[in-house]
Design a protein around this ligand. Structure first.
Ligand code: CUA
Length: 362
């Protein structure tokens, strides 16, 4: 069953199997899950086995009716001489047996004790308090804020360097693979309701709770895309609060960092782009969105400074293509019903100019 699950998970491009871990906390959780599954499967087989054995071994042959199903006034069967055999073979009733009682108390107690020990060990491996950032630690520190219904990532430190930029929905992290472990520590907060950060192949679920900072860590040696999902019901679009973690080689990650740290490039000579930029800055877009290097300094919605470096829109729902961006700017509600960005009733010309401007945010 488990190898089957694993095989089907590996075959899928959208691998979110806890049985295919790519990070130490996820490996600890896989080992614990396999052990718990094995123990409970054994108990299941024993209990069901005894049940089936009893059903077949002690079943009463037909056509005798059950003696207890007859009322005291219903004596026709007995008078006719039927059912007497069934009454005689009612099994002996056992009240109390010390050895059996000791056995069925001690065995479950022992099993529970073993499960407590392995669970405690797993918690110990998974719950590591974040260290202080220092030079040469090859460690990335990111603050994650859960919002209805997207993820805000503020890059705090990498390898001791202070970063301090914010992006959204796609978390880029460095992969090891060159023999140097590169850990990622996330500080998890919420701006509204409870959310839960879950990327099954990297680590277990950790809740994001208003007024509290939780932490988690992971570390992978395999570059690639790791998919995840908000795992705590947080409102209408909970199911579309998707997570994408892009693990890159250290070199690729450094160049991504360098680009993300820059402010947006000044508008080009293109007339429609600068018209779009003016329209964007004149509209209420800037009350919520930020484009570093411009007057748009909103912090309520995703930071758009490098919007076009992201592969998806709407927290992983649709590919970030010019067509989807245009649909989104025109009216986000058909794409993500209930999301907190309304349609602004832009004219076609204005909308297209704004999209042209957004397409320059690389
Ligand atoms: Cu956020 Cu569910």
């Amino acid at each position: 069953m488990i190898p089957l699950l694993m095989a089907s998970a590996v075959a899928s491009a959208q691998n979110v199997s806890i049985f295919d871990p790519a990070s130490p906390p996820a490996e600890s959780i896989r080992s614990l899950s396999v052990l718990v599954l094995a123990i409970t499967a054994f108990i299941f087989v024993v209990v069901e086995g005894i049940l089936l054995y009893s059903i077949f071994r002690f079943r009463r042959g037909c056509p005798h009716p059950h003696p207890l199903s007859r009322g005291p006034s219903d004596e026709t069967g007995a008078a006719a001489g039927e059912g007497t055999e069934a009454r005689e073979t009612e099994p002996p009733q056992v009240y109390g047996s010390k050895p059996i009682e000791i056995a069925w108390t001690a065995a479950p107690a022992l099993i529970v004790f073993v499960l407590v020990l392995v669970t405690a060990r797993t918690l110990w491996e998974v719950n590591v308090p974040p260290p202080q950032p220092r030079e040469g630690d090859n460690t990335l520190f990111v603050t994650v804020v859960g919002r209805q219904w997207w993820w805000e990532y503020t890059y705090d430190h990498y390898n001791g360097r202070e970063l301090g930029f914010t992006t959204a929905n796609e978390l880029h992290v460095p992969a090891g693979g060159d023999g140097v472990p590169r850990r990622v520590y996330l500080a998890l907060k919420s701006a509204d309701v409870c959310h839960s950060f879950w990327v099954p192949r990297l680590a277990g679920k950790t809740d994001l709770i208003p007024g509290r900072t939780n932490s988690m860590w992971f570390q992978t040696d395999r570059p690639g895309l790791y998919l995840g999902q908000c795992a705590e019901y947080c409102g209408t679009q909970h199911a579309n609060m998707l997570i994408r973690v892009v693990a890159e080689s250290p070199g690729d990650f450094e160049s991504w960092l360098e680009n993300e740290r820059k402010v947006a490039q000044p508008a080009t000579e293109d007339a429609s782009v600068s018209a779009g930029r003016s329209a964007f800055l004149a509209q209420s877009c800037i009350n919520c969105h930020r484009v570093r290097g411009t007057a748009a300094q909103g912090t309520y919605a995703p930071d758009l400074t490098h919007l076009m470096t992201r592969q998806t829109l709407a927290s992983g729902m649709v590919p970030n293509t010019p067509e989807n961006l245009q649909r989104w700017v025109a009216d986000p509600q058909p794409i993500k019903p209930g999301c907190l960005m309304p349609a602004f009733g832009l004219g076609d010309r204005e909308r297209d100019d704004i999209v042209r401007y957004l397409l320059t945010l690389r």
